[in-house]
Design a protein around this ligand. Structure first.
Ligand SMILES: [Zn+2]
Length: 277
């Protein structure tokens, strides 16, 4: 390449903001390019009957956000315990899954579970009780929280911020792929809940995270059944893709991923030295 051509190429690259300002790649445990958090909300039968056998077949670990009042927590507690023993995370998804009935499309919110009628203090007490119940189920002292419906406002204001010290990390809504690990707020991690998509669409999301060197957070509900479903086939294709490239994807529980992220967060800026009078 001639020197002139090389100089021109450098000039073009420098003019492109995406290339001109590279960020330092975030270091994942074994040099992988992205962390993948697979999560399953609402304690559904298809998690125990379809998702967990498929995950276990590939040796992948995931997080299951239990609504403690869900039928399966009572009727299939031994199955949830077995999942936790096998390395999956039982995450907190509150006792009663309160969401704001005032938002559009919320006809399904039962009046006694309307977040608009709760105070922030009531929600905080309930979420902490949910953690105690989860500890009674799995014995774990730390876990993560996914805010039901991503609704952070109780009737009298935000209830989630005061729970920051109770959890390794907290997920809200906002998109599947984290744009930048350096600026990630561990108590407001973005997540996407795919519905009705095929395997290619799911794989495109994890590939995007690998390109960026960040992490991807996918929250599933029903797998081939129940509400907000993704088909068994689409889910299975994603898991096959992840399992086939362990050198690219670190698929782990959200608790493990965020413990790693927190250990590598930039330390707080030092306070200015006191100036003597
Ligand atoms: Zn939910």
């Amino acid at each position: 390449m001639s020197r002139v051509l090389a100089a021109a190429l450098v000039a073009v690259l420098w003019a492109c903001p995406a290339i001109a300002a590279p960020t330092v790649a975030f270091a994942w445990p074994d040099g992988q390019r992205a962390a993948v958090s697979l999560a399953y909300d609402d304690a559904l039968d298809s998690h125990l009957d379809t998702a967990i056998p498929e995950l276990d077949r590939h040796g992948l670990k995931a997080s299951f956000y239990l609504t403690l009042s869900a039928d399966t927590v009572r009727s299939r507690m031994s199955d949830w315990r077995a999942a936790a023993r096998n390395g999956h995370e039982l995450g907190n998804h509150s006792l009663f899954h309160q969401c704001a009935a005032s938002k559009p499309g919320r006809d399904w919110v039962a009046p006694q579970r309307d977040l608009d009628t709760m105070t922030a203090l009531q929600m905080q007490e309930q979420v902490r009780l949910a953690s105690t119940m989860l500890q009674a189920i799995d014995g774990a002292a730390t876990r993560t929280f996914t805010v039901p419906c991503g609704d952070t406002a109780a009737g009298d204001g935000d209830y989630v911020a005061a729970l920051a010290d109770d959890f390794v990390a907290i997920k809200v809504m906002g998109g599947a792929v984290v744009p930048d690990m350096q600026t990630l707020d561990v108590h407001a991690v973005p997540v996407e809940a795919p519905v009705g998509v095929d395997g290619d669409a799911l794989i495109a999301l994890v590939e995007d995270a690998a390109r960026r060197g960040t992490m991807v957070n996918l929250t599933f509900h029903g797998i081939g059944a129940e509400h907000l479903a993704v088909s068994r086939e689409a889910h299975a294709r994603l898991l096959e893709h992840l399992a086939a490239s362990p050198e690219i994807y670190w698929t782990a529980t959200f608790r493990d991923i965020m413990t790693w992220v927190r250990a590598r967060a930039a330390p707080p800026a030092p306070r200015p030295a006191a100036v003597s009078p």
